[in-house]
Design a protein around this ligand. Structure first.
Ligand code: A3P
Length: 299
């Protein structure tokens, strides 16, 4: 086997997607063996599109009775968001799925699995909900490059960029990943919520309300008066989270996914691609995505 860092951009093509070599067995075990509960919420994304933020927001909103977002001892002040919501690829590859039975309902779980490869019991409903977060692919490329460089310091930006355009990146092609969830959200808006990182940044409160309502935990009038939404937004804001000790130190738990916590908090902005890409590169990428996403309202 290749050393793990060298496997990062190496994958296996399975049913149209490049699965990272080391996650593929976990992802397939998740697909085959996961039994959802009707009130589960599956948080999904293409990597580097805001997964960590979505996990924090969903956790803070869902668990707000047990853990008021303004409380000084809130779990998100003590733990990295990835420690609060299990990542299925890791859980299944490490055969830790028994821990899922011990989680109280409603459970929040996380995966990067493409929609077409999710467990059938998730996609055929049964009440289980799915939330997807998408991002401008140009910013995703930049974020991915900096993230992988933590494992592979000699990686070049151009190689990362070309791999994304080839589709040969973990869980790629990105456009097919997006399309799967987009179409599902159009067909089943009651079951699949499609969010965009840029929209979330622009009006976080509005999207936290949307997310909470979708998860079956709408904010009450009393909570609105008390400013609970604003407390969730504040707790999960980039500057707050980046500076929590738990996010400045330590690594994620999974053996196969161990990564320094601070690698998940880089800049937290939109448009950083201008500092990495020539306008020719940006146009090339935009053209491909424009073509692939034709027929949707995604731009
Ligand atoms: P950048 O590298 O562009 O800064 P993921 O969680 O899917 O790995 O995505 C990581 C990206 O989300 C990184 O983007 C990271 O900085 C950003 N991010 C993490 N936490 C965030 C937060 N609370 N608010 C906004 N962006 C956040």
């Amino acid at each position: 086997a290749l050393p793990r860092k060298e496997q990062f951009l190496v994958g296996r093509l399975y049913k149209g997607f490049w699965l990272p070599e080391y996650f593929a067995p976990g992802m397939l075990a998740f697909q085959r063996r996961f039994t959802p509960r009707p009130d589960d919420v599956v948080l999904t994304s293409y990597p580097k599109c805001g997964t960590t933020w979505l996990k924090a927001l969903a956790f803070a909103a869902m668990a707000r009775d047990a853990y008021p977002p303004a409380a000084a001892d809130h779990p998100l002040r003590r733990l990295n968001p990835h420690a609060c919501i299990p990542f299925m690829e890791d859980i299944f590859i490490e055969r830790r799925e028994a821990m899922l039975d011990g989680l109280p309902s409603p459970r929040l779980i996380n995966t990067h699995t493409p929609y077409s490869l999710l467990p059938e019991k998730v996609t055929t409903g049964g009440g289980c909900k799915v939330v997807y977060i998408c991002r401008d692919p140009k910013d995703m490329v930049v974020s991915l490059y900096h993230f992988i460089r933590r494992l592979q310091p000699d990686l070049s930006f151009v190689d990362t960029f070309e791999s994304v355009l080839d589709g040969t990146v973990p869980y790629g092609p990105m456009w097919d990943h997006i399309l799967g969830y987009w179409h599902a959200s159009v067909m089943h808006p009651d079951r699949v919520l499609f969010l965009k990182y840029e929209d979330l940044l622009q009006n976080t409160g509005e999207h936290v309300r949307k997310l909470a309502e979708f998860m079956g935990r709408p904010f009450s009038a009393a909570e609105e008066t008390e400013g609970t939404v604003a407390s969730v937004v504040e707790l999960c804001s980039f500057n707050k989270m980046k500076n929590f000790e738990a996010n400045k130190t330590g690594t994620t738990e999974g053996n196969y996914n161990s990564m320094a916590h601070d690698a998940f908090f880089r800049k937290g902005v939109t448009g950083d691609w201008v500092n990495h890409m020539s306008s020719e590169m940006a146009s090339r990428l935009d053209e491909i995505f424009h073509d692939k996403l034709r027929g949707t309202v995604l731009t």
